[in-house]
Structures are given as structure tokens and as C-alpha cells.
Design a protein around this ligand. Structure first.
Ligand code: SAM
Ligand code: SF4
Length: 344
């Protein structure tokens, strides 16, 4: 792998997706809408954002074509996200279309969970096999304070509904870790991980919030949360799969009951192993959450170019994938898009 070196060679015209630092890219996150029915403080402003015009949003056919071409050159896993993906009409139809792509090994969804009581069954039936539900508090008032919506009961009911569909497995819960907010409920979440078939993972707060409230001091590290859990439950046992691109540090409790994980992009960056790229709802390919440049795949699609041209546009973008995010470094620059406009 090359270290901090200017790119000189040209992108390959054949073969699997690889960047100029030697990283193999296997993971594509697709945002299918910039809209959301929540207003989480770490993501969106209270009044929302100007939504993208409908004509700029990729259709399900366009998304499926990009996904198919991407899998033909090495993408193995696709995760749908947003905005809130469940607010887009006929989501199970898109799942069905993507599920039929032969080379796709994993299809998953990230959601705030509020519409799952209605959608869990149709999503399972359409072929969804993995899910992440975002949930930052188990207390009604604190949940409402964070999401600016009084909807905890619906999210918990949505999680219960998911349990009826064992083909969607594992059920992962993601909580954003923020100093001053997260600490009081760490143990409640740990108990939930032991009582329910949910894997709980904390992700460090990143400077991607539209209101720009993020401060370095707000980061609550995975190590700190682990220490809180261990103060009550004793030492956690590490679980490893050997997959170097796995972002979460996974642990089980000493008695083997329950799983928790820590995604530490700020305190322990995993850029050197990053295997991901992102497609925004308006068809822009981003090779890093913090990318300053995007590749307009929608223009390639809508100008009538063939699959080979699309594949080459993806290869070129991937070749120029950023070395790292530089959070906490003087070289760090915020991006014009905030999290809901990228797709986390
Ligand atoms: N609306 C869906 C949801 O909330 O799960 C999908 C989109 S949301 C942008 C994807 C993930 O990004 C969520 O788990 C959310 O908690 C996380 N997220 C949003 N803003 C973040 C930030 N500033 N730092 C870290 N994670 C963030
Ligand atoms: Fe919506 Fe997800 Fe952002 Fe919350 S984190 S405002 S649910 S897109």
C-alpha cells in the first residue's frame, strides 16, 4: 500500500475496483432520498434543508443500473440509506430490483426505524437481509430532544416487528456517541444488547452536522464507552472475523450473552482499510464522507452512455479516492454537504 504519495499512474481500464493506494473497493452506500421525517441535532437543522428537486433524484431504474455495473467491477455489498430511505415510495420494489443482481453478496438498509411496523414485512419479503436502525436514547424525552420528534415508541415497535422476520439478521442498532448526552444511557443500551437479539454499536460523532455544532470536545470515544460498560459487567471479550475492512470493534460479554461494538472513525481512523464509496440521491459518486469532489454519474446515465462508460467513470473516481479524512488535523476541511445529503 502506498503512503501519502501523489497519484501519478492512470486509472486501470479493466479489472476490479482499486484506488491509487491499493485499496480494493467492495462496498457501496446508496442514498435514495435527501428527505427525512426526523431532525436529529447531529445531522439536520430543525427546519430541514432545501430538498433536491425530484427530477435530480435518480430513479429506481437508474440506481439499479449503477448498482449492477458496480457489482460487475467488484462491488459486493450495497447499503441503502438517506435521508430516511423508508420515506421514499415503494422501497420494497427497489429492494426487489437490487436483490436480483446476481453478483451482489449483501444488501442492507440504514433507517431511523420509525416506519418499520409497516415496512419490515414487505422489506423482508422483497429480499432485505441486513438492517441498521439508528437509536440514540431509550428515554422518551431524551429521544425527542435529539431527533426533535416524539417517536421512540414507534421505533421500539418497529424493532419488535423486525424480530418476526429472521431472514433479516442481524438487527443492528447504531447510536451516535456524544459527550454529555450518551453517557447516562450506556448501561441501559448494554442491557438491551443482552436482553434482545440486537447488536448495539456506538459511532463517534463526526463533523457532518448541518448546524455545525460539532466540536472536538464533543467526541465520546469508543474506549470511554467500553470502560463504562466494563465498570458494570467486567471485561468484554473481543470478537474478530478477520475481515480487515470491518469498521466496528466488536465485543461480547464474559458470559457470551449479547454483542456491542464501537465504530471509532475519529479516535481510531480506519481510512487505510476503507473499502467504501457513496452515491448521493442526486447521482454523485463520493469516494469519502469528507470528499471535496464528486463524480456526476447521473450525467453519464442521462447522456445515454453505455455500461462500459459508466464502469470507467466509477473506476476513475475510485482511483482518486482520498487517502484519509484528516479530522482533528489542520488539513481537515468540512464538506459542502452534511450527513443527510450524503448518505451515512
Ligand atoms: N435516516 C437514516 C438513519 O438515521 O439511520 C439513514 C441516514 S443517517 C444520515 C445514517 C447514519 O448516520 C445514522 O446512523 C446516523 O446516526 C448517522 N449520523 C448522522 N449524522 C452523524 C454525525 N454527525 N456523526 C456520526 N454519525 C452521524
Ligand atoms: Fe434523518 Fe437519519 Fe439524519 Fe436523523 S440521522 S435527521 S433520521 S437522516
Amino acid at each position: 500500500m502506498r503512503i501519502e504519495q501523489a497519484e501519478t499512474e492512470t486509472p486501470p481500464r479493466t479489472g476490479l475496483l482499486v484506488d491509487s493506494y491499493g485499496r480494493r473497493i467492495k462496498n457501496l452506500r446508496i442514498s435514495i432520498t435527501d428527505k427525512c421525517n426526523f431532525r436529529c441535532v447531529y445531522c439536520m437543522p430543525a427546519e430541514g434543508l432545501p430538498w433536491l428537486p425530484r427530477a435530480e433524484i435518480l430513479t429506481y431504474e437508474e440506481i439499479t443500473r449503477i448498482a449492477r455495473v458496480a457489482t460487475e467491477i467488484g462491488i459486493e455489498q450495497i447499503r441503502l440509506t438517506g435521508g430516511e430511505p423508508t420515506v421514499r415510495r415503494d422501497l420494497p420494489e427497489l429492494i426487489r430490483m437490487l436483490h436480483s443482481i446476481p453478483a451482489l453478496r449483501s444488501l442492507s438498509l440504514t433507517t431511523n426505524g420509525v416506519l418499520l411496523t409497516k415496512l419490515a414485512g414487505p422489506l423482508a419479503e422483497a429480499g432485505l437481509t441486513r438492517i441498521n436502525v439508528s437509536l440514540d436514547s431509550l428515554a422518551r424525552d431524551r429521544f425527542a430532544q435529539l431527533t426533535r420528534r416524539d417517536a421512540l415508541a414507534q421505533v421500539l415497535a418497529g424493532l419488535e416487528e423486525l424480530e418476526k422476520y429472521p431472514s433479516i439478521h442481524p438487527i443492528k442498532i447504531n447510536a451516535v456517541a456524544m459527550r454529555g448526552f450518551t453517557e447516562p444511557e450506556v448501561l441501559d443500551f448494554a442491557r438491551l444488547a443482552r436482553r434482545k437479539p440486537y447488536v448495539i454499536r456506538w459511532i463517534e460523532f463526526m463533523p457532518l452536522d448541518a448546524d455545525q455544532i460539532w466540536r472536538k470536545e464533543d467526541i465520546l470515544t469508543g474506549a470511554e464507552i467500553k470502560a463504562i460498560i466494563e465498570s458494570e459487567f467486567g471485561p468484554l471479550q473481543r470478537i474478530t472475523t478477520g475481515d480487515p475492512s470491518e469498521t466496528a470493534r466488536r465485543y461480547t460479554f464474559a458470559d457470551g450473552i449479547g454483542e456491542v461494538g464501537f465504530i471509532n472513525p475519529v479516535s481510531e481512523p480506519f481510512c487505510a482499510q476503507c473499502d467504501r464509496i457513496r452515491l448521493t440521491a442526486d447521482g454523485q459518486l463520493r469516494t469519502c464522507l469528507f470528499a471535496q469532489n464528486e463524480t456526476d454519474l447521473r450525467a453519464v446515465l442521462r447522456s445515454g452512455q453505455d455500461d462500459e462508460a459508466l464502469a470507467q467513470a466509477i473506476r476513475n473516481a475510485v482511483w482518486h479516492k482520498e487517502l484519509k479524512h484528516y479530522i482533528g488535523d489542520t488539513r481537515f476541511r468540512r464538506t459542502a454537504r452534511s450527513m443527510s445529503m450524503i448518505g451515512g
